[in-house]
Design a protein around this ligand. Structure first.
Ligand code: SF4
Ligand code: SF4
Length: 79
């Protein structure tokens, strides 16, 4: 049997301004703002907690979030 798949948000750090809109709309509160290289950016803190609802991607005013479908438990980067 194949693993269940769901779409997870992938945040483009070059486009993310750290505005926090995605954090505000995420029901399960799995997006957090983190300071990276002196800039606030959104990061997915828990893949397991993300429902794949895509509200964050829809809400982002800067088009920084892309929903990508992957097997549960697969790494978020590394392609
Ligand atoms: S809404 Fe978009 S730009 Fe704003 S913090 Fe989230 S990913 Fe970054
Ligand atoms: S897809 Fe939904 S649950 Fe997952 S991080 Fe975005 S808003 Fe939160």
């Amino acid at each position: 049997m194949s693993a269940p798949r769901k779409a997870l948000p992938v945040i483009n750090p070059a486009r993310c301004t750290g505005c926090g809109w995605c954090v505000a709309v995420c029901g399960p509160h799995v997006l957090h703002l983190q300071v990276q290289a002196g800039h606030k950016r959104s990061v997915l803190a828990s893949e397991a907690g993300c429902t794949g609802c895509a509200l964050c991607a829809v809400r982002c005013p800067f088009d920084a979030i892309e929903m990508q479908r992957r097997p549960a438990g697969a790494p978020i980067t590394g392609e």
